[in-house]
Design a protein around this ligand. Structure first.
Ligand SMILES: NC(=O)c1ccc[n+]([C@@H]2O[C@H](COP(=O)([O-])OP(=O)(O)OC[C@H]3O[C@@H](n4cnc5c(N)ncnc54)[C@H](OP(=O)(O)O)[C@@H]3O)[C@@H](O)[C@H]2O)c1
Length: 319
């Protein structure tokens, strides 16, 4: 099969190789997916770049990417019901050597969900990290609650704005330009030019939840706008990875800090997320932002695009 892989950390152009590899076989409880689209997330490029603290190559050869979509072409014992189904994939690259940047991937059946009719493979390749993270960060929101989504033009943030609204919540988001505000599709505040805390208070009177893309950068604002008993669902803190925490500030507001990572969803949580996303997909309630990354041979450029961050949506390569 055709695949892209790396054998050491480094810049995309230096370490990503494309060529032929042996096609995997599905083991018991596994499905073999003919991948049609592979999604590239910041996490995939950070892993390939060796940016994770204490990073060591866990496998001699790594096929990158957690997300993708395709068709099940073969099954192992106990997974026969999946044969022939169109599926979307999550966690293929998490603590595994074989991700989705290949014509085939074999993986446990719990990591695939049926791709509803009407949702294409490219859209399906946006669901594993961006949409599932947004679902987890907005999970349990109720009618009438108020939510601040920081970075609503981001891959996760844009889904989070939609999902918070689907739960019945009122949403405000932060972006860095009018173009990004339009892309986010929610009431927006320019976080580079406006006083975010003052504007959020003016627009909402305080929020029940913050879905946060940069905990370190937004901590002071969060403390000001979160209501007592509110939740901060933080999924990244890229500007400062180990920020000082205003522990008493949050304690006196009885705030729940949920530092979440989509890779660590339990099997039950993953199944719940897959079911909810598929219900929204079947009802045509999710809008996707796919950025065309080309084919497998364009992978280094596609990785660089994710690194630069100058894209609106998820970079997806056809396979
Ligand atoms: N924990 C998890 O499970 C999980 C899951 C998915 C992603 N992540 C991480 O989350 C981050 C974003 O991922 P993504 O795929 O959504 O990336 P993305 O599509 O590149 O979007 C990032 C967005 O964040 C915005 N942003 C950055 N700093 C901000 C700030 N201080 N306030 C408001 N907005 C800000 C950017 O806006 P501007 O460019 O306009 O500033 C951009 O729109 C990455 O670090 C990724 O590794 C974590």
């Amino acid at each position: 099969m055709k695949a892209v892989w790396y054998e050491g950390f480094g810049p995309a152009q230096d370490v990503l190789e494309a060529g032929e590899m042996t096609r995997p076989e599905p083991g018991p409880g596994e499905v073999l997916v003919r991948v049609r689209a592979t999604g590239i997330n910041p996490s995939d490029v950070k892993l390939r770049g060796g940016a994770r603290p204490g990073a060591v190559m866990a496998y001699p050869k790594v096929i990158p990417h957690s997300d993708g979509a395709g068709e099940v072409e073969a099954t192992g014992e106990g997974a026969e019901a999946w044969l022939g189904k169109r599926v979307w994939i999550s966690n293929a690259g998490w603590q595994r050597a074989h991700g989705t940047a290949a014509e085939y991937v074999a993986l446990p059946q719990g990591l695939v969900a049926e791709l509803p009719e009407g949702t294409g493979f490219e859209e399906g390749a946006c669901l594993g990290i961006p949409a599932l993270t947004a679902w987890y960060a907005t999970r349990g929101l109720r009618e009438g609650q108020k939510v601040l989504v920081t970075g609503g033009a981001g891959a996760v943030g844009r889904y989070a704005c939609q999902m918070a609204r689907l739960c019945g919540a009122e949403v405000v988001t932060t972006v860095s330009s009018a173009e990004k505000g339009a892309h986010a599709g929610a009431e927006w505040i320019n976080y580079r030019t406006e006083d975010v805390a003052a504007r959020v208070m003016e627009m909402t009177g305080g929020v029940d939840r913050i879905v946060d893309v940069d905990f370190a950068a937004n901590q002071r604002t969060a403390l000001e706008v979160i209501r007592p008993g509110g939740t901060i669902a933080g999924y990244a803190s890229a500007s400062v990875m180990s920020p000082e925490l205003d522990w008493y500030g949050f304690m006196f507001k009885n705030v729940r800090l949920h530092m979440l990572i989509v890779y660590q969803l339990s099997a039950e949580e993953r199944a719940e997320g897959q079911t909810q996303l598929n219900a929204w997909l079947k009802a045509g309630q999710l809008s996707h932002a796919v950025v065309d990354g080309g084919g497998l041979s364009d992978m280094a450029a596609a990785h660089e695009r994710v690194e630069r961050g100058d894209k609106l949506g998820t970079v997806v390569c056809r396979v």
